[in-house]
Design a protein around this ligand. Structure first.
Ligand code: HEC
Ligand code: HEC
Length: 462
């Protein structure tokens, strides 16, 4: 919907530009004043309201434009730094959470002297510095960077041969552990090169790192699906590595996207980390990967037919089960380089289970029975588990305008997991109750119309 999103942008620019220009003056704050706490709080709350001002989608739903949120956080941070200059106090009380959040989002709007974004991945290090830090753990094994394997992967006619090389893996460094391969079509997002939902996932458990630590590598190749037009050049390869260290409770997680790039002179295919490119096409992995490795919920599974071409397979794959169990067993990861607490509280926090009247008001037109309302209400305690496997923090519970364009079916991960009935695990909710559960969770987290919710409470230090 390009026309609509343009209108959205024009509208918000018209409303907000004057607002921002007048902002400091309107609050009566001159940069060198010594401000009282109450004035800081007043400034903070005005900024929260501004940053979380929704745009409206074509169907009337309120949503946040995440790029705009990051840009506004950058502006707010600039204001803060300017106001702090010449202040006698160190840092004002009650702004800690707000500043942590604003800093974490403003990072993604950081630009260098020639205007290029340097922190697109949202780590405290620049993308290029992060690439250096992560390199020992996201470096791919010899078999994967071998030219015969990469040539096979560059043409659907070679896929079967590539998979056979992985299954054989004789003589490779990891002779003792079994590599797993899963071929599927995803239901959520296109590959980073924007070409396909097709995936070849290769999981290599128990690699040994340079420093002796054991790590599992999850490597996902973009794959041409049988229904896709021919001649598209699928280039992405994405990696999540989970590193277990004896002295640490939480496994370390490192991320990297690569693009397969053919050398025009030699014809060799190299894997170039997107993080070192001046125009990095990758986005913040932690926006979606809240639990490190995400469970795989394929749209369609593939196998090879007798001629070696991809074909639809049964969706009950033993490999899928093994991988789900492996991912779930990691527990809460430490996303190295990411200020996780700055992303705020989780969706569905258990210490504030709302009362029945809240669920009733959200689902009012449906007139659900009291039993139904209670079932929904009790299902809202996502934190009961997610506190220990990875909080579903910002932007997990937030409706974003980006969802519409990013996700195949226009719904975020969290919304999909709830509406499909996958979360909470083993629930007996009806279709209608699941839809209402998502409504309740997102309203409880951030009610964009009213500007309230557990996320706002947290920003305000509550
Ligand atoms: C918009 C959401 C989103 C973002 C952002 C995202 N991913 Fe993913 N990723 C997914 C989903 C969903 C899956 C599950 C498999 C599928 O459907 O493709 C996945 C799966 C993966 C896998 C396979 C292992 C696993 O976790 O299941 C890797 C590797 C991966 N992503 C790497 C990355 C890297 C590296 C980044 C950042 C540079 C990133 N992803 C950013 C949504 C995202
Ligand atoms: C009984 C424990 C439990 C409860 C309660 C629970 N989850 Fe989960 N959830 C899990 C496990 C286990 C995983 C898989 C983690 C993995 O494989 O990395 C998961 C994964 C997810 C994922 C995908 C992983 C990610 O990082 O995004 C989403 C989304 C999710 N849960 C949403 C919810 C929501 C929303 C609720 C509340 C309505 C909820 N869950 C309640 C245990 C739970």
């Amino acid at each position: 919907m390009p026309a609509l999103s343009i209108r959205c942008r024009l509208l918000s620019a018209r409303i907000l530009a004057p607002l921002l220009g007048a902002s400091l003056l309107a609050l009566g704050l001159a940069p060198s004043d010594t401000r009282r706490d109450a004035e800081w709080i007043q400034w903070r709350d005005a900024r929260i309201k501004w940053i979380l001002t929704p745009s409206t989608q074509h169907d009337g739903t309120q949503c946040l434009d995440q790029a705009q949120v990051a840009a506004r956080c950058r502006r707010a941070l600039g204001e803060y730094d300017a106001m702090l200059q010449g202040q006698s106090t160190d840092s004002p009380v009650g702004l800690e959470n707000f500043l942590a959040f604003v800093r974490s989002q403003a990072l993604m709007e950081t630009v260098d002297s020639v205007g290029r974004q340097t922190h697109r991945l949202g780590f405290s290090l620049s993308d290029k510095e992060y690439a250096r830090l992560a390199e020992p753990f996201v470096r791919l094994p010899d078999l994967i960077v071998n030219q015969s394997f990469l040539r096979d992967m560059s043409d659907p006619a070679g896929y079967r041969s590539a998979v056979r090389q992985i299954e054989a893996q004789a003589g490779s460094e990891e002779r003792t552990v079994r590599w797993r391969v899963l071929l599927f079509r995803g239901r959520f997002i296109k590959s980073v090169d924007r070409t396909t939902y097709g995936r070849m996932l290769v999981v290599i458990p128990g690699r040994t790192g340079v420093d002796g630590a054991l790590y599992d590598q999850w490597i996902q190749f973009a794959l041409a699906t049988p229904d896709q037009p021919q001649g598209v050049d699928e280039r992405s390869v994405s990696v999540v590595s989970v590193v277990r260290r004896e002295h640490k409770a939480r496994p370390e997680v490192y991320f990297m996207d690569y693009l397969r790039t053919t050398d025009p002179l030699t014809g060799d295919i190299r894997l170039v980390p997107t993080a070192v490119l001046d125009d990095n096409p990758s986005k913040n992995c932690y926006d979606c990967h809240k639990t490190g490795v995400l469970p795989i919920r394929p749209d369609l599974m593939f196998d090879f037919d007798i001629r070696g071409r991809l074909t639809k397979a049964s969706d009950t794959s033993p490999t899928l089960r093994v991988l789900d169990e492996l991912a779930a067993a990691y527990g809460r990861p430490d996303i190295v380089g990411m200020d996780e607490p700055a992303y705020g509280p989780s969706v569905g926090s258990s210490d504030v289970l709302p009362d029945r009247s809240f669920v009733k008001s959200v689902s009012a037109p449906l007139n659900l029975s009291d039993e139904s309302l209670d079932r929904i209400r009790q299902a809202m305690a996502c934190c009961r588990c997610h506190d220990s496997i990875g909080p579903l923090n910002f932007p997990a519970g937030v409706r974003r305008s980006r969802d519409e364009t990013t996700f195949k079916y226009g719904r975020s991960l969290t919304q999909t997991y709830v509406e499909e009935g996958w979360m909470p695990p083993g629930n007996q909710l009806s279709r209608i109750e699941r839809v209402e559960l998502w409504q309740c969770l997102s309203r409880q987290y951030l009610d964009l119309k009213r500007g309230t919710g557990t996320f706002v409470d947290w920003l305000q230090g509550r």
